[in-house]
Design a protein around this ligand. Structure first.
Ligand SMILES: [Zn+2]
Length: 267
């Protein structure tokens, strides 16, 4: 499932090619791909792409009209810009441009969703602060964690608190910060909180620099795999030696999600 670094990479790829393109029409090939709460996507005909960015785990396309098309890729959603005549497999939605190209949304498992919004998307998506936002300082982070009894690993995945962090980068950030995944969020020491926020950002930035992690079948908008999967310290490494202390990495389940950590150096 693409997380913040993968979605950032996809959005940057689209930002290189889409701005300025004029929308001729849209095609819905699987009706549920368009979220029921969406404005009518057909109304995008005649509009143009202003820019493409990321909000949490969503790709966000701002249109010349000021509206925003948000795309949640979920498990298998894939965005590519292709010639109009090309029909990628599992095509669910297409945005045709006047220059003979189209943005194709393919999605084998059909969990991906597209939604056209007017106004500030953050408010309507109900998502929390971006971990890379300069507004998130130690004080804000502390106030978000205060009195929370959820295990910190589970808290990090809650998109209403922090937008964009998923299973892979939550495990990696906790390892880097030497924090045990089960620790209750509100019980982290001040020092641990600071280490965690710094680690989270470092892990996300390094993953963006390597165009994300291709753990499942993730590829970016140009069809390229990420390079961060080879640098993962704990995720998917159960039984293998910790890179810091050689203790075997342990896997537990927290809120039904596989959670990897070093039992010796994460305290
Ligand atoms: Zn260790």
């Amino acid at each position: 499932v693409p997380e913040l670094p993968e979605v950032e990479t996809i959005a940057r790829g689209l930002q290189r090619v889409l701005p300025g393109k004029r929308i001729e029409r849209v095609e819905i090939l699987w009706h549920r791909t368009v979220d029921a709460r969406s404005l009518a996507v057909a109304s995008m005909a005649g509009d143009a792409v202003r820019s493409v960015g990321r909000i949490g785990k969503f790709v966000a396309m701002t249109l010349a009209s000021g509206r925003t098309l948000v795309i949640h890729l979920r498990m298998t959603g894939r965005l590519t810009v292709v010639d109009n005549r090309v029909e990628p497999p599992y095509l669910r939605f297409a945005m045709r441009f006047t220059d003979g190209t189209k943005l194709a949304f393919s999605d084998a498992r059909k969990f991906g969703r597209i939604r056209l919004l007017a106004g500030r998307p953050e408010d309507q998506l109900g998502i929390g602060i971006d971990p890379l936002s300069p507004r998130l300082d130690d004080r804000v982070f502390a106030s978000l964690l205060a009195r929370r009894t959820t295990p910190i690993k589970v808290w990090l995945l809650d998109q209403r608190k922090l937008a964009g962090v998923g299973n892979i980068y939550a495990c990696e950030a906790l390892y880097r910060a030497r924090v045990r995944p089960r620790t209750r969020a509100g019980r982290l020491t001040k020092a641990a909180r600071r280490r965690l926020l710094r680690s989270l950002r470092a892990v996300l930035q390094r993953a963006i620099a390597r165009r994300g992690s291709s753990v499942d079948d993730y590829v970016d908008a140009e069809g390229l795999k990420g390079g961060f999967q080879n640098l993962l310290a704990v995720y998917g490494r159960a039984g293998q030696p910790c890179r810091r202390c050689r203790t075997p990495i342990k896997r537990i389940e927290l809120a039904q999600r596989g959670t990897f950590f070093c039992p010796a150096c994460q305290r």
